[in-house]
Design a protein around this ligand. Sequence first.
Ligand SMILES: [Fe+2]
Length: 232
Amino acid sequence: MIEEGNWFGEVKDFLTDEERVSIREQVLEMKDKWRPIYPSDHLFGPVRDILEKLAHAGLGFYHLGYAVYIMKCSRMPAEKAHDEIYDELMVRFEWLFERVCSIVEKETGVPTELHGITTPGFHISTVPFDIKGAADLHEDFSIIKYVDGVDVDSIISLIAVIEEPEGGAWLEWQHPSGDLKRYDYNLNSLHAWRGKLFHRVGDYQTKLGEHRITLQCHYYFDKERGVNRVYF
Ligand SMILES: [Fe+2]
């Protein structure tokens, strides 16, 4: 998935234009299942209040599906993620999640399956002002709160852009030297980065009616079973 010595990898033609448009439509159809999220777990007080009001008015950041890092913040037991929208996501997008597995399997030569703790999911943003440095720089290690024995060096993060705002979509990442850098996403590609890379969503702004929608997943290598396991 990612060549030795590199931080990033890309598989082109992961989706067709038609598939991407269809996924977008279905994500929008599930709008009543989107859940607001906030740029920082540590953000409380008046700024948080304003962001909550905007999110309820349809201008904010949302998740569709349960990311392990949201389960962690809300202290949600892992089983709960199965109750709510798991079935609907599987009905609509199982083909997509299975495609992620088959690409990871092909790229790594290791059998790859959906984890079962969560399905992959989506980030959706509708924020009509410039979002700059809004999220914390972080590593994608949340799974270790739920699963024992995960080798963090094996965690890989995956993303595919489903809708990008006019200015494009990209990741901000921190080079080990400390410099902040930009990694641009290409439409219809599946992009990968190492989970131990410090990163956050790149700056963006959506106009009214635009969204920034991404398919989000991760996988790690389960040493005991000899398989890669894909989750949100
Ligand atoms: Fe992340």
